[in-house]
Design a protein around this ligand. Structure first.
Ligand SMILES: [Zn+2]
Length: 65
């Protein structure tokens, strides 16, 4: 992930049952998730953070906002 070095942001799939695919991969400030239970994404969404499953990484669409 070469982009992470220059942009200093990381991505994490955030589950949300109201969303069509069950969640979205959002970008967050920082180099990596530090274990906080919630954080504000780059697009301004307050997200509940938890370790994502492989299926979530695979199936959740990337946030485009
Ligand atoms: Zn987002």
């Amino acid at each position: 992930m070469a982009t992470a070095i220059t942009e200093r942001r990381y991505w994490l799939p955030i589950a949300n049952p109201k969303e069509r695919y069950g969640g979205t991969r959002h970008a967050f400030d920082g180099r990596r998730w530090d274990g906080d239970k919630s954080a504000i994404s780059i697009c301004g969404k307050k997200a509940k953070m938890r370790k994502a499953t492989e299926i979530e990484w695979f199936s959740f669409p990337t946030c485009t906002s």
